[in-house]
Design a protein around this ligand. Structure first.
Ligand SMILES: O=C(O)[C@H](O)[C@H](O)COP(=O)(O)O
Ligand SMILES: [Mg+2]
Length: 315
């Protein structure tokens, strides 16, 4: 297993190309009891399901592998993902999903445990974040609140500056995720809360989102205006955060050396697996990262192996 020290010292063996190598694929799968699956860019690209994904998942289940779905996409809750899996004919279960919105919710509820009343969360994100905060009995505001999906009015500046009715005095945390409805008003409220000392968290900070076969602004892009305005960087609780890895290991109880992370992105999925001390990592080339990035001399993050598409594991 390659450590980050090996990566930096360049003492790394080249990643194994498995597409078309039946024996190599079998040997690779046999090494692991647990597979941590990224979603966007590996299973699907938005609503587009990649070929032979349901069959590949079924094959791993037939070989008695434990499967865990670890996504940074915070727009959906575990329950939402169960619906998406069902709609795409993928055999998967809600309790196998561990998303960045769930990671953030349990970090706030079980680790930060801010004292009431200033323990409310101002959300810059979608309903997946709200559902997971609710599942952990964490109070929140902002998010999908329709009254905030409007243009900034002159009176809003005075209201916010004078700690007026637009501000909730119980907010002690600002949490950003992938937000499809950003607005100047929401950024202004978030900045005001941070100036009052609220803690700054993010579900994830991925720069881009793979969807419909191309790339769109990611969670890191939708939270960037607040990072610039506040001069603060959030604590991110999605991949490659090892706080997330510890929480996953705690929930699913597995031997890290017998686990493999499958992902499409080097600086989230593969780095997550390498820094987490997992037995292996597999890069799938249907999403964000290109093989040239990790085959290059001195590449910072290198997977153990790679395939052109997840379905290639069927040989
Ligand atoms: O911007 C984002 O949030 C990410 O691009 C997206 O969520 C990635 O999801 P994942 O590949 O971890 O399933
Ligand atoms: Mg991905």
């Amino acid at each position: 297993m390659q450590s980050l020290k090996d990566v930096i010292s360049g003492a790394m063996s080249a990643p194994k190309y498995l597409t078309g190598d039946k024996a190599g694929i079998d040997a690779f799968i046999d090494k692991f009891d647990v597979f941590l699956f990224d979603c966007d860019g590996v299973l699907w690209s938005g609503e587009h399901l990649f070929p032979r994904v349901p069959e590949t998942i079924a094959m791993l289940r037939q070989r008695n592998k434990q499967l865990i779905f670890v996504t940074n996409n915070s727009t959906k809750s575990r329950a939402d993902y169960k619906k998406k899996f069902d709609a795409m004919g993928i055999e998967a279960y809600e309790n196998e999903v561990f998303g960045s919105s769930y990671s953030a919710a349990i970090y706030i509820a079980r680790i930060m445990k801010l004292p009431a009343p200033r323990n409310k969360v101002f959300v810059l994100g979608e309903s997946g974040v709200e559902q997971e905060l609710h599942s952990e009995h964490v109070r929140f505001c902002g998010g999908t609140d329709p009254t905030l999906r409007r243009d900034m009015q002159p009176a809003d500046f005075q209201n916010i500056a004078s700690q007026g009715s637009l501000l909730d005095p119980d907010v002690g945390i600002v949490l950003t995720g992938l937000d499809y409805h950003p607005s100047y008003l929401k950024y202004s409220l978030a900045q005001a809360y941070l100036r009052q000392g609220a803690r700054f968290l993010a579900t994830n900070t991925d720069s881009s989102l793979p969807s419909a076969g191309t790339l769109f602004p990611g969670a890191g892009a939708t939270s960037a205006p607040l990072v610039k305005a506040s001069g603060q960087e959030p604590l991110a609780l999605g991949k490659p955060s090892q706080a997330m890895m510890d929480a996953i290991e705690g929930k699913f109880q597995f031997d890290r050396t017998k686990a493999c992370m499958i992902g499409d992105r080097l600086n989230t999925d593969i780095q997550f697996g390498v820094e987490g001390g997992l037995g292996g990592t597999l890069c799938v080339l249907t999403g964000v990262s290109r093989k040239e990035e990790f085959l290059a001399q001195g590449a910072a993050v290198v997977p153990s192996a790679y395939v052109d598409a997840l379905g290639d594991l069927l040989g």
